[in-house]
Design a binder for this molecule. Structure first.
Ligand code: 13P
Length: 249
């Protein structure tokens, strides 16, 4: 059985003091949760202070991006060593905002994925189609090649997480229906099975992201191939994110 993973992606939100305030309240509110994993991905500036609060709790820390090199003349970038040093165990890679606002290619994302696993960080590889790609019937082609190219060279014994985030459902209030999301999740698991074998494919967690809220999380999590959520807006308030963590209760 795959243990559910509920992840919050704060994107470019929260100052250090706002992050600390959230983290203190949040760890108390979820301290008794053991049957699902919990991850929060704050902006870089809040990683270290938040890690001091999460340390020794059931809440894991992740970053929202990284560069693939360990150090050097890469102005403005953050390395996997720095993320580990700041207390991260996960890193989101290939988020649609990185792909579409900052022009990240599958090739660059693959370098980051390989670097993350080789440094012992668990990558959360995001895939997802644009509205026009869905309308043109290209969803499976797009997410299939994002998955395959993003994971090129990754060995079956490395841990990684996949997040399906249809771009048209991010921050728009339009969630994919559970059935529509499940169809893509099932496809992604079949693709993982082709690439890594069925045993590995059955163990990989595939999260859904895109306007997940306390009101719609139960329906999504009831699907066979949806193993968690990657939550943007609704992870910014302790109350709504705690409700999402406690889905189905
Ligand atoms: P929203 O939950 O705000 O739609 O964001 C989803 C997302 O992009 C998480 O990575």
């Amino acid at each position: 059985m795959r243990k559910p993973l509920i992840a919050g992606n704060w994107k470019m939100n929260k100052t250090v003091s706002e992050s600390i305030e959230f983290a203190r309240d949040f760890v108390k509110a979820v301290s008794n949760v053991t049957d699902r994993d919990i991850l929060i991905c704050p902006p870089f500036t809040s990683l270290y202070p938040v890690s001091e609060i999460f340390n020794g709790t059931n809440v894991r820390l992740g970053a929202q991006n990284m560069y693939f090199e360990e150090k050097g003349a890469f102005t403005g970038e953050i390395s996997p060593l720095m993320l580990k040093d700041a207390g991260c165990s996960f890193v989101i890679l290939g988020h649609s905002e990185r792909r579409h606002i900052f022009g990240e290619s599958n090739e660059l994302i693959n370098k980051k994925v390989l670097s993350a696993v080789s440094h012992g960080l668990v990558p959360v590889l995001c895939v997802g189609e644009l509205l026009e790609e869905r309308e043109e019937g290209k969803t499976f082609d797009v997410v299939g090649s994002q998955l395959e190219e993003g994971l090129k060279g990754v060995s079956a014994d490395s841990e990684f997480v996949i997040a399906y985030e249809p771009v048209w459902a991010i921050g728009t209030g339009k969630t994919a229906t559970p059935e529509l999301a499940e169809e893509v999740h099932r496809f992604l698991r079949e693709k993982l099975s082709e690439l890594f074998g069925s045993k590995k494919a059955e163990s990989v967690r595939i999260l859904y992201g895109g306007s997940v809220k306390p009101e719609n999380v139960d329906g999504l999590m009831a699907m066979n191939n949806i193993d968690g959520a990657l939550v943007g807006g609704a992870s910014l308030k302790v109350e709504s994110f705690v409700k999402i963590v406690n889905f189905g209760r």
